[in-house]
Write a protein that binds this ligand. Sequence first.
Ligand SMILES: [Ca+2]
Length: 225
Amino acid sequence: MKKGFGVILLVLFCVMCGVFFWSCGGTNPGSPGSGGSSDTGIEATVTAVTHSQPSGDQGDIWEVDLFMDQCDATTVEKWGNDYAHVTFHGNSLNPNVTSTNELFVTNYTVTFIPTQPGLPPIEQLSYSNQTGIYIQAEQDTGPFNFLIMDTGRKIQLQNDIGFSCSFVTTPSFLQTCTQGGGAYKVSTPLLYNMILQMWGQDNYGNNFTVGPIERVIDISDWNNC
Ligand SMILES: [Ca+2]
């Protein structure tokens, strides 16, 4: 009888601990959602996002080119890293007082969630100690560049879905691919939910988060010739 009562007490204790820690979540750096504004006095928001690649800015269209192609006898497709261009706005929590504080985005991660079973995993990008990315009260800043997909991850994806590609660097960079093998029996388009989470500190060392920005990206052999 006594032992049963002790078990009930233990269960109650565990439930209360769970509720306590659950209610504490959500404002740590790196956690989803904007946070920290009560400390910094500035609520950071994202006002615009566009996608760019070597062939140019696509606006809010997220077509990621997996393969470099030969356009004609003398030209090759522009191909390489993809970026998000992000514009921020700071809302002052006390609009009657001019805030001289600034928020500095120093860290960010890009995570890829497959939208269907069987897609290869894409390694998360994680960067820290970024400089020059700032958010101020009552104004827009940016756009600032965030690397969201590099050529190394594209080449890994090519291999994962069964393309063996060789590279020539003279007279210019060109890849030639043959198909066969690969650990994942899937074909393009490869659709992933991309999550860009950003965080940093203000002038006084207070932590804040902004985002996440979420977009579905379509990784295929796009024609950018
Ligand atoms: Ca292409």
